[in-house]
Design a protein around this ligand. Structure first.
Ligand SMILES: Cc1ncc(COP(=O)(O)O)c(C=O)c1O
Length: 428
């Protein structure tokens, strides 16, 4: 054993250092083994580096592609007016916020945006106030943990909820019960039997991997009957659904004092961040109590400033035209798809999944589309249940009809080839 001396001080000895180094190596080896297992199960994910603005025609990893995988449903992410507004925001407010909202990071840009968002959803939320968050993930953590006041709370979580809602429920330390997808009778039974003092029901509005919409009217009625909050995550509805783009509340014409609404601003709104809108007392509670709001640096004020232009576009004539075009594309995709082996899903939204089944087949199909220059999301477990790996095609108002037809024809062709291969396999 030899002492290791640095600047005249003994900082360790060689046998200790060798032991620590081999422990480190075995920790790394352990992770590598886990990665190898993921690889064997075809579950390794891969990032592609996009070199151009987010738009249907883009360049990624040096290749020109036609993309059907962003959530930029209205095609605003590369809108010149938004880029201009962002530059204006940076010259007015600088780049960083410098601190969390409750210290000195709450800028006038955040305050003005919150007022605008509250006004936007006010037809559906009484005494509405809004709170801007850095991301939808954080907004969901914040709102669930703050409303699940203590251990005397049960969170009822929809089976197909987004990961951020699931994580929020876990983090809350409340009891968590999962109710089956859109089965509100089962939820009602659970609420009847619930013994805790507080109840919080949580659901996506548009299910992010299926594209279908929750039936919020009966769900709200049940929540009111059992004195439960209803947190609605409208990540895929805000800006897209409803005549004025006010989201699922406008689409379904619903409103309730039990409702807590979360909309994201990095999808249809084209920028980034999210907001929670609810009765002003609920929002004040979040400001005081939501740790994911309090203990983080506020988003860049310039983003909030740019979002004002985004809301103007969404709520104005241009927004209506973009939504109308998107609806046309959705119909074109759905009517054009003729599948024999794979399965489309009953979705009327911009999210159009095609279920392939096992991971390896799905990767092959996504790879084949990629070879044709078509980039479609390849979704595998744990994001979706085992055996339901799927293509998640997302449509945007920035797509043309010709581009959507190109995708539909490519999927139909691959499905047909798969059908023929299956027939041969059965005969052989
Ligand atoms: C349903 C749902 N909720 C929340 C989020 C998180 O939003 P953000 O991307 O702003 O963090 C997403 C994003 O993918 C989502 O699909």
């Amino acid at each position: 054993m030899t002492d290791v001396i640095k600047n005249g001080t003994i900082v360790g000895n060689t046998s200790n250092n060798i032991r620590i180094a081999s422990q480190r190596r075995s920790l790394v080896q352990g992770l590598q083994q886990e990665l190898d297992i993921l690889d064997q199960k075809h579950l390794l994910r891969q990032r592609r580096t996009v070199e151009t603005p987010s738009a249907p025609s883009l360049r990624a990893d040096g290749r020109d592609l036609l993309a059907f995988c962003s959530n930029d449903y209205l095609g605003l992410a590369a809108h010149p007016k938004l880029a201009e507004a962002l530059q204006e925001g940076a010259s007015l407010y600088g780049v960083g916020s410098g601190a969390s909202h409750l210290i000195s990071g709450h800028s006038r840009a955040h305050a003005v945006l919150e007022e605008r968002l509250a006004e936007f959803v006010s037809p559906y939320i009484e005494n509405a106030r809004a709170l801007y968050f850095c991301t939808g993930y954080m907004a969901n953590l914040a709102v669930i943990t703050a409303l699940a006041i203590n251990k005397d709370t049960t969170v009822f979580s929809e089976a197909l909820n987004h990961a951020s809602l699931i994580d929020g429920a876990r983090l809350s330390r409340a009891a968590v019960q999962v109710f089956p997808h859109r089965d509100y009778t089962a939820l009602e039974r659970m609420l009847q039997q619930c013994k805790t003092k507080h109840r919080v029901v949580v659901t996506d509005s548009v299910f992010s991997m299926d594209g279908n919409i929750a039936e919020l009217a009966p769900l709200l009625a049940i929540c009111e009957q059992y004195d439960a909050w209803l947190i609605v995550d409208d990540a895929h509805g805000f800006g897209v659904l409803g005549e004025h783009g006010r989201g699922v509340l406008e689409h379904l014409q619903i409103s309730s004092p039990n409702l807590v609404y979360m909309g994201t601003l990095g999808k249809a709104a084209g920028v980034g961040g999210a907001f929670v809108a609810a009765h002003s007392t609920v929002i004040e509670w979040l400001v005081q109590r939501a740790r994911a709001y309090i203990y983080t640096t506020a988003a860049a004020p310039a983003l909030a400033h740019a979002l004002l232009t985004s809301i103007d576009i969404i709520s104005g004539e241009e927004g209506q035209q973009r939504r109308a075009h998107l609806q046309k594309l959705i119909a074109l995709f759905r009517n054009g798809l003729h599948l024999q082996v794979w399965q489309g899903m009953p979705s009327d939204t911009a999210i159009q999944p095609v279920v392939i089944g096992n991971n390896a087949d799905m990767l092959r199909v996504a790879g084949n589309l990629m070879d044709q220059g078509l980039w479609v999301g390849a979704i595998r477990p744990p994001t979706v249940p085992v055996g339901t790996a799927r293509l998640r095609a997302t449509l945007s108002a920035a797509h043309t009809e010709v581009q959507v037809l190109q995708l539909v024809q490519a999927i139909n062709r691959l499905d047909q080839m798969s059908y023929v291969a299956q027939c041969f396999a059965e005969v052989a």
